[in-house]
Design a protein around this ligand. Structure first.
Ligand code: NAP
Length: 316
């Protein structure tokens, strides 16, 4: 059988012949139907993810849609170690999967589950209450941020502000549920004013950007709070703007700020598994705006370097 294989962290994966390892206890072989190229997969394949080890070669892919030995179509998550989902077959723990209804588009499910999960888990597992909350999505123009706007509304958020630097994408977000937008590409004074206005009564931030943007946002929000002791839960989810952020110390003293993360490690695997069926149902029935494009697995190397806003999904 064939798979995408990373032999060197500096080079995109190659499509080549491999042998599926023997299943370990609790694993079943699954025919992969679709596996998406998420940022998480890129960081697995270049060795930069915080869970990465130096072990090579590896087959990339942290999740996917596949058909199990009983013929059931399932969405599955993988630990992100040596054998991933970008292969004709992979090994899945059925307990870390959710069956999918007949007739769903596996490419859309593979594309949307990982980015949708980022906000779903944050809002259901890392935040005290989403219903009625005022939410800021920082970095709202990517796959995960766009879905975060929709998921927050779906989970009952009273008001969602979407902040992003791509103006064209930002303008599409009110139609997906955003009540207000902030263009991070505007002049710094305008950005600060927008963040301060949003920050007055904010309850939750879903932060996909981090880096200097987060520090700027906190500097704008702290003096703007209407009630300093109102809880603001700031959830660190992504880091497209930088892996580190110079958080102002006053932010933690001058307001009731709770800084938490949401991701592999901070959300218990049992909690992820518990939410999978609900997220799969959402994706397949919720009418979410998902931009997905199928690419043959054999073209994995070209897919790696393609420039596109669509979430590419490798199809064996
Ligand atoms: N913790 C989790 O559970 C979890 C799950 C999924 C994803 N993530 C993380 O979330 C982040 C986004 O993932 P994704 O799937 O949405 O990726 P994506 O579809 O590639 O989107 C990334 C977006 O970030 C924008 N961007 C890049 N640099 C920016 C900056 N400095 N300021 C503002 N926006 C910037 C880009 O927009 P423009 O270039 O057009 O401005 C792009 O639209 C990644 O860091 C990913 O690893 C975390």
């Amino acid at each position: 059988m064939h798979a995408a294989v990373v032999d060197d962290f500096r080079t995109p994966p190659a499509y080549r012949e491999v042998t599926l390892p023997e299943p370990q206890e609790g694993q079943v072989p699954v025919d992969v139907v679709a596996a998406a190229l998420h940022p998480r997969v890129r960081s697995q394949a270049d060795g930069s993810h915080y869970t990465s080890t130096d072990a090579l070669p590896l087959v990339p892919g942290v999740d996917g849609v596949g058909r199990d030995p009983e013929g059931v179509l399932r969405y599955f998550v993988l630990p992100g170690t040596a054998w991933g989902s970008m292969a004709e077959r992979t090994l899945v723990d059925p307990a870390r999967s959710a069956p999918l209804p007949d007739g769903v588009d596996p490419v859309v499910v593979a594309a949307a589950m990982n980015p949708a999960m980022s906000s779903w888990l944050a809002l259901t597992r890392r935040v005290e209450r989403t219903a009625g909350a005022r939410v800021l999505v920082l970095g709202a123009t990517g796959s995960a941020g766009r879905l975060a706007v929709q998921v927050a509304k779906r989970l009952g958020a009273a008001h969602v502000t979407a902040a992003g630097r791509n103006r064209e994408e930002l303008e599409r977000l009110p139609a997906l549920g955003a009540d207000a937008v902030i263009a991070l590409s505007d002049e710094p004074d305008a950005v600060r004013a927008g963040l301060a206005a949003a920050g007055r009564d904010l309850d939750v931030v879903l932060d996909y950007v981090w880096g200097g943007t987060t520090a700027t946002a906190l500097r704008a929000v702290v003096p703007a709070r209407r009630e300093d002791d109102r809880l603001l839960t700031w959830v660190q989810i992504g880091s497209v703007g930088g892996l580190e952020s110079p958080i102002p110390s006053a932010a933690l003293r001058a307001m009731n700020l709770r800084l938490v993360g949401s991701g592999q490690g901070s959300v218990a695997p049992s909690d992820v598994v518990a939410e999978l069926p609900a997220i799969a149902t959402e994706i397949t029935t919720g009418g979410y705006d998902v931009r997905a494009r199928a690419v043959p697995l054999r073209d994995v190397r070209a897919a790696w370097t393609a420039s596109t806003d669509d979430r590419l999904v490798l199809v064996p």
